[in-house]
Design a protein around this ligand. Structure first.
Ligand code: SF4
Ligand code: SF4
Length: 495
């Protein structure tokens, strides 16, 4: 057992209101620079929809992530020979059309225009050429247009659905959509790390945050094509690639990452997970539908005395183990089993998990009004947002995984309704609990964590190595060496 600590997150999709405050907070902090205009380390998409960059989920188009070849795991974009062949022209890279042509507005025209009878306007200009342009795409261009034939119909997940399921989805297009905020998943089996010919990308030994060493980066952009989530970006002004750093400088000062701190819907949870690094390869080799469960299996119980002993022997400080015990992410993913990884079939073992949106399933139409129905469990199969679509996003196509999550989320609502409104029978309540596999206390705890928490329960930042070094009176670099934290056991270089 090789126990490692990973700073991980949960995003609760039922709580996201699609306000984009997170994206703007991140942009102002990190990517408000020349050459970074189109970089959205945090972006928010509307689903069903095509996302950013367009159709990023379609790996037939972009060839990101990993694939199984016999008993081997290989980068989908190819190995060393293929990488060398693509150094001067990589056909798997997104183009400016897949992102958008960055633009701004001639704001000065608003104040400098000569007096006249017309209201002055600020015309859009390209940030690439400086010339006037017609805006035809943007980072959240399909925002709230989900369900339109242009956007939802082109969602790679929708294309997978049967004719009947597509009709079901589009017939109710006005009622069904949800927001999907995305940042780098700081994956355990990161394809970006494995693809870099310069060895510039690494997973920090102490907390698993994936970073790009700007001094080593040579701008080959293999990470851009290898990341199936398209969360590394090429900065054209510096000639280097950049990505989300999970605001590690803020975390080292005890502050939540900017997007977490500013989140209006309080949908974001942060905490440490302990996992067994010896199981990474075997986990990533599982069949698509088994990946979500296998990843859960890889995460270890921080209260288990065996795990604590092995973690200490592996050099993890007691404060990290305590942080893992208080981690809300552990509760969501492992204890309650209601958060799933996004597209586990990309096999990067993402460490950002999502609570799938319940609302489209739960709310049912009854004579023109929205009503909570008593037949939740039987109606799950006829849910307005097809389970197959959600399973395609969160469980490698395994509908049972998503269904199990919904049974738990529905049980929370039933228990709350029974307590606050009191119109459900004891039998219905017991049935809901039994189907969810959770007891009364666990369902209450989910309700509390979802709706009533304070920031210290939602965001549990472990003491970072820098703080530990200062406490030990040592230089952080010397401390890192002494504690044996090198670069994290990361996927082998596959180029
Ligand atoms: S999402 Fe995963 S593969 Fe993509 S940049 Fe982040 S760590 Fe790398
Ligand atoms: S700030 Fe929070 S609620 Fe608003 S879009 Fe971002 S994740 Fe959603």
């Amino acid at each position: 057992m090789d126990i490692r600590a990973q700073v991980s997150s949960v995003f609760h999709l039922d709580k996201c209101i699609g306000c984009h405050t997170c994206s703007i907070a991140c942009k102002n902090l990190w990517t408000d620079r020349r050459g970074n205009e189109y970089m959205w380390w945090n972006n928010v998409e509307t689903k069903p929809g095509t996302g950013y960059p367009t159709k990023w989920e379609d790996q037939e188009k972009y060839r990101g992530g990993w694939e199984r070849v016999g008993s081997q795991l290989r980068l989908k974009q190819g190995g060393k020979a293929s990488t060398i062949g693509k150094i001067f022209h990589n056909p798997d890279l997104p183009t400016m059309d897949d992102y958008y042509e960055p633009f701004t507005f001639k704001y000065a025209d608003l104040t400098n225009a000569p007096a006249g009878t017309d209201q002055p306007t600020a015309r859009p200009v390209s940030m690439v050429s400086g010339k006037p342009m017609k805006i035809e795409a943007g980072p959240n261009w399909d925002d709230d247009l989900s369900g339109s034939t242009v956007y939802a119909a082109n969602d790679p997940g929708v294309i997978e659905l049967s004719e009947e399921q597509q009709q079901q989805l589009f017939a109710i297009e006005k009622m069904v959509m949800f927001h999907l905020p995305r940042i780098c998943n700081h994956c355990t089996n990161a394809a970006c790390v494995a693809s870099c010919p310069s060895g510039a990308i690494y997973k920090r030994g102490e907390d698993g945050i994936v970073l790009i060493n700007q001094d080593k980066c040579r701008g080959w952009r293999m990470c851009v094509s290898a990341c199936p989530y398209k969360k590394t970006y090429y900065g054209w002004a510096t000639g280097k690639s950049e990505k989300c750093i999970l605001c590690y400088p803020r975390q080292e000062a005890g502050e939540a990452p900017g997007c977490f701190h500013s989140c209006v819907g309080r949908i974001r949870y942060l905490g440490v997970l302990l996992y067994d690094a010896d199981r990474i390869e075997a986990t990533a080799m599982k069949a698509d539908g088994e990946l979500a469960a296998a990843q859960r299996e890889m995460i270890l119980d921080p209260f288990d005395p065996e795990v604590i002993k092995a973690a200490r022997e592996g050099g993890l400080a007691d404060q990290i183990i305590e942080a893992a015990q208080a981690s809300p992410v552990y509760k969501f993913v492992k204890e309650w089993g209601i958060a799933l990884p996004l597209h586990p079939e990309f096999r990067t073992l993402p460490m950002l998990f999502y609570v799938p949106p319940l609302l489209p399933v739960l709310s049912s139409e009854n004579q023109g009004t929205q009503k909570i129905s008593n037949d939740f469990f039987t109606s799950l199969e006829q849910a307005r947002l097809p389970l197959k679509y959600l399973a395609g996003m969160f469980s490698g196509g395994n509908e049972e995984e998503v269904e199990a999550v919904y049974r738990r989320l529905i049980a929370v609502r039933i228990q709350r309704r029974a307590e606050s409104v009191g119109d459900l029978s004891e039998a219905e309540l017991l049935n809901a609990r039994e189907l969810s596999g959770l007891d009364r206390d666990a369902l209450d705890a989910i309700f509390r964590m979802t709706s009533l928490t304070r920031i210290k329960e939602r965001i549990v930042i472990p003491p970072m190595l820098r703080e530990q070094a200062i406490e030990a009176g040592m230089d952080p670099e010397d401390y890192k060496q002494e504690m044996g934290f090198g670069s994290r056991k990361a996927p082998k270089r596959r180029w």
